[in-house]
Write a protein that binds this ligand. Sequence first.
Ligand SMILES: CC(C)(COP(=O)(O)OP(=O)(O)OC[C@H]1O[C@@H](n2cnc3c(N)ncnc32)[C@H](O)[C@@H]1O)[C@@H](O)C(=O)NCCC(=O)NCCS
Ligand SMILES: Nc1ncnc2c1ncn2[C@@H]1O[C@H](COP(=O)(O)OP(=O)(O)OP(=O)(O)O)[C@@H](O)[C@H]1O
Length: 270
Amino acid sequence: MLIIGLTGSIATGKSTVSNILSSPPYSLPIIDADLLARKVVEPGTPGYKAIVNYFGTSTPDLLLEDAPSNPAGKPLNRPALGRRVFGVSEERKRDRAVLNGIVHPAVRKEVYKALIWHYVRGQWAVVLDVPLLFESGMDLICGTVVVVGVHDPAVQMSRLRARDSYLTAEDAEHRVRSQGDVLTKAEQAEFRGTASKRGVVVWNDADKPELERAVTVAMREIQASSPRWWAWVLLVAPPVGASVAVWNLAVNFATQKSWERKKREDKAKL
Ligand SMILES: CC(C)(COP(=O)(O)OP(=O)(O)OC[C@H]1O[C@@H](n2cnc3c(N)ncnc32)[C@H](O)[C@@H]1O)[C@@H](O)C(=O)NCCC(=O)NCCS
Ligand SMILES: Nc1ncnc2c1ncn2[C@@H]1O[C@H](COP(=O)(O)OP(=O)(O)OP(=O)(O)O)[C@@H](O)[C@H]1O
């Protein structure tokens, strides 16, 4: 089974692309990390308890007090928690790291469960929609990484504010700046190998029909590099499947290390 990692930065169009991929003719299953990140912090979960313990005393509006009563607790007030963790100050970065430390391991566990489910059902490919794919190291398990990019941050900001009208310009800027630069993510995808289709960039600077065309081209190439019969071979011959998985991990690990080395060398040159 081909794992297609789908990433980008905030409001660059990941969900729009994942909607295209979940519809015919592709009809691919989608594992959405943002959805899982909501599930693992629902009232009563260990994630919820850890967040309330850490952020509760210093964030008076952390819970939605008006929500219907639930024995497991009031739901989290996500915009309030977002104001606490998005931004570039040291305090925000520290709080974001704490929140990530609570949420990411729980999300990873859910992702692995979902991957096993789709694998045993004989899917030829599955889309792993993770905004922080590279940052969380989940790119290591992906056969292909697709980055949805926008060249102009102003376009990103205006799409974000048009969609989430409750965000002030300052909130929107904090959110955009809390995620890595999408151009760097595009470069990292290309570094994985565009010829082998280990890395693909889909630009979303123009309108939605243009985005659909770019997805069609990308999917045609990805399908050619990993045909359906290959997924069946991996399923019916588990030793082959396991060897290919180990090989992919090794290649991705080596690529990640050389990418980090390149970034360090580029920085040293400045
Ligand atoms: C801070 C929270 C409560 C704000 O929730 P809210 O509903 O207002 O925003 P939403 O979750 O839709 O996120 C908005 C955008 O910010 C991105 N984002 C979310 N968390 C982070 C983070 N830790 N660092 C950078 N970007 C992030 C999302 O991917 C999305 O693109 C929420 O984003 C959260 O729990 N974040 C930590 C978990 C996480 O990293 N999720 C991303 C997928 S694993
Ligand atoms: N090419 C486009 N032209 C116009 N609007 C677009 C285009 N692509 C996406 N949008 C709109 O921009 C907004 C952001 O897109 P989308 O939700 O797909 O981004 P995202 O990367 O999933 O965002 P997030 O990281 O916040 O989840 C949506 O309202 C979407 O309809």
